[in-house]
Write a protein that binds this ligand. Structure first.
Ligand code: FES
Length: 116
């Protein structure tokens, strides 16, 4: 059985080393684009005190939280040692320049602002 995917944006809609927030099921999902055009998605809450990761600085495949500078791995959501914690990651894929999120991970709700 294949996964259900929800298209949320085109890759060009997110600036390099930036992020875009998609709201779904009461959660904000931060979708990041690295300098190398890799795409990652994490719940937009820092595992420290809930800072908005989408407003952090993307460097390589990590983002630095804007509140207290914890460094979060974009692929796993894990905080870099010595900090401990993890922001849940959302499965994402890119097809022909379009960004798709795993519908199951979104809680079954079509995110606001998702492409029709
Ligand atoms: S809330 Fe992110 S480092 Fe403190």
């Amino acid at each position: 059985m294949g996964a259900d995917w929800v298209e949320i944006a085109g890759i060009e809609d997110i600036p390099r080393r930036g992020a875009r927030v998609v709201r779904s099921g009461g959660r904000d999902i931060a979708v990041f684009r690295t300098a190398d055009d890799e795409i990652f998605a994490l719940v937009n809450r820092c595992p420290h005190r809930g800072g908005p990761l989408s407003e952090g600085i993307v460097s390589g495949t990590s983002v630095t939280c804007p509140l207290h500078n914890w460094v979060i791995d974009l692929a796993s959501g894990a905080a870099r040692e010595p900090d401990i914690g993890c922001a849940p990651s959302v499965t994402v894929r890119v097809t022909q320049g379009r960004i798709l999120l795993d519908a199951a991970a979104l809680g079954g709700n079509r995110p606001r602002g998702a492409a029709a």
